[in-house]
Design a binder for this molecule. Sequence first.
Ligand code: G4F
Length: 337
Amino acid sequence: MGLDGMARSFKNENFSMKKAFITGINGQDGSYLCEHLIDLGYEVFGMVRRQSVAENQSFRIEKLNHKITTFYGDINDEKSIWNILENVCPDEIYNLAAMSHVRISFEVPSYTLKTNGLGVLNLLEAYKHICPKAKFYQASSSEMFGNSIDSDGFQRLTTPMNPTSPYGCAKVLAYNLVNHYRNAYNLHACNGILFNHESPRRGINFVTNKIVKGAVEIKKGLRNKLALGNLDSSRDWGHSYDYVRAMHLIVNNGKARNWIVSSGQNRSVRDLCEYVFETLGLNYMDFIIQEKKYLRPEELKYLKGDSSETRELLGWKPFYSFETMIQEMIDSWMKKI
Ligand code: G4F
């Protein structure tokens, strides 16, 4: 990976290609977004947080190494952000860097607030001073709604935000900062409120990939139990690749504003288990056990997003259904294990 990008300056070079800068480029969404923007003809730059196991910081973007430029940095480290933005001068900024695990946010609430809240402030300040003409995308989350649901069973832009986790609280702070910077400084800054989105690249401590991986291991005779937390909560699950396409449409809409990205369907964790195990010819009830350590001090029980505006006004439409997404994840683990 070209982590030596700081040695070069991109500011005065006359690129005809649009330049996109992605924080969290090596995450699930960052890697799909990177591929999508390269396909669209962008020059892509990314920020990577240093990790002690070097493979962990680059495995999702390994095959793109020669096509992108990456820098070490951290949204908690203002200086690193200022340096990168001064070097790159991007046309579009996608902030996908975050402490992304809701349950873990209860264990590291202060770090979560710093990274997912103040980190966004750091980035907005650098953006405002260095490249205010750029367009800005903030990865906002359906976790911000907490247990608020409209009377028709959906969450939308007008649904009150009552977060139920440190992660959700930090995301609300960042959401409000983006709205404030847009209004106060006339910046093209947008929030995409994305509902849960998954893929074979999802971390294995998120429930979809944990269940698919566990079920495939059971199918192959490598284990006989899978421990989970709450089976009764329900989520609106889509595919990460579809959702990063929405990010690009959001940023490139003429007017900066906020949007909802969701499948509009929801299923419980129990339904997800039943579906995955059944697809593999197994009965989930024979294998799933519940463990307290996977429960959360406060649970968000139900998410179902109304993305009708995003579909109508941006022309966004998912390629994947729930079924094709799960099949892709099963096939991936069947090959890997
Ligand atoms: O897969 P999850 O950990 O996703 P969660 O908490 O909904 O958060 C994800 O979606 C958010 C969007 O709303 C993002 F902002 C966030 O970054 C992340 O991508 O858990 C889904 C559900 C929860 O209700 C959880 O309690 O599954 C339940 N669950 C049951 N057993 C479990 C487990 N979750 C995990 N991670 N591990 C379990 O063993």
